[in-house]
Design a protein. Structure first.
Length: 248
């Protein structure tokens, strides 16, 4: 059993409303303690209200993206400094939905991770293969390529990121990697991190992709799975709470 404390992060994607958020956060707050670290990554407009709602609690919060730029004429972008201004703890970078719909490549993902860390915001760096890549036997090569540029770009700060393995074919599809499939990739990623930093043994590698209350415990029991990045199920209070309890 690893000594790493588990981390469960909800990715709300582009869902929510002020009323729905208050209800969801109220339920999560009321269900503590979990015995694991828990965070929610919310849409930008809800960051400050989430910060106020969670102030004084042990629940953490973050954003779902961050600009690679420090500041400037980048309409629509949100900088790491702005996130830091609110006390934002995490920023997801390289989510497969951003890679697919916003053409984010490996170098941009690495630059975003660097920008976040530069302002004390922990990047949750997502890597993962598509179904076609898995079926072509390319999983290892793909995730290693995605992670290696981030490791190279962050250099000595690489140990400060959180990594999330999210097979694209499992995101929002109801199809989950088996605990063994996920563990095999997590072990590869841990070995890659170990080659780059002596702190890899304490770094968190989360699994994401259709994690639900009924599969969370088996996934979290794997030696290199340190928690989860939870999409759809993080919007349902009962499901998210059950997943957080499975991590505790
Ligand atoms: C995600 O959005 O990161 C995710 C893993 O989604 P889901 O849990 O819905 O598959």
């Amino acid at each position: 059993m690893s000594t790493r404390r588990k981390l469960v992060v909800g990715n709300w994607k582009m869902y929510g409303s002020r009323v729905a958020n208050a209800e969801l956060l109220g339920a999560i707050l009321g269900a503590r303690p979990f015995g694991a670290d828990v965070a929610v990554c919310v849409p930008f407009p809800y960051l400050s209200e989430t910060a106020v709602t969670l102030a004084g609690s042990d629940l953490r919060w973050g954003a779902q993206d961050v600009s690679a730029h420090e500041q400037g004429a980048y309409t629509g972008e949100v900088s790491a400094a702005m996130l830091h201004d609110f006390g934002c703890r995490y920023a997801i970078v390289g989510h497969s939905e951003r890679r697919a719909y916003h053409a984010e490549g490996d170098q941009l993902v690495a630059d975003k991770a660097k920008a976040a860390l530069g302002r004390g915001v922990t990047p949750i760096v997502c890597v993962g293969e598509t179904l076609a890549q898995r079926e072509a036997g390319e999983t290892e090569a793909v995730v290693k390529r995605q992670l290696s540029l981030v490791i190279h770009t962050l250099a000595h700060c690489a140990s400060e990121m959180v990594v999330a393995y999210e097979p694209v074919w499992a995101i929002g599809t109801g199809r989950t990697a088996t605990p063994e499939q996920a563990q095999a990739v997590h072990a590869l990623l841990r070995a890659q991190l170990l080659a780059a930093t002596p702190h890899a043994a304490v770094m968190k590698i989360l699994y994401g992709g259709s994690v639900k209350p009924d599969n969370a415990a088996a996934l979290f029991a794997q030696p290199d799975i340190d928690g989860g990045l939870i999409g759809g199920a993080s919007l349902k209070a009962a499901d998210f709470i059950a997943i957080c309890r499975a991590a505790g």
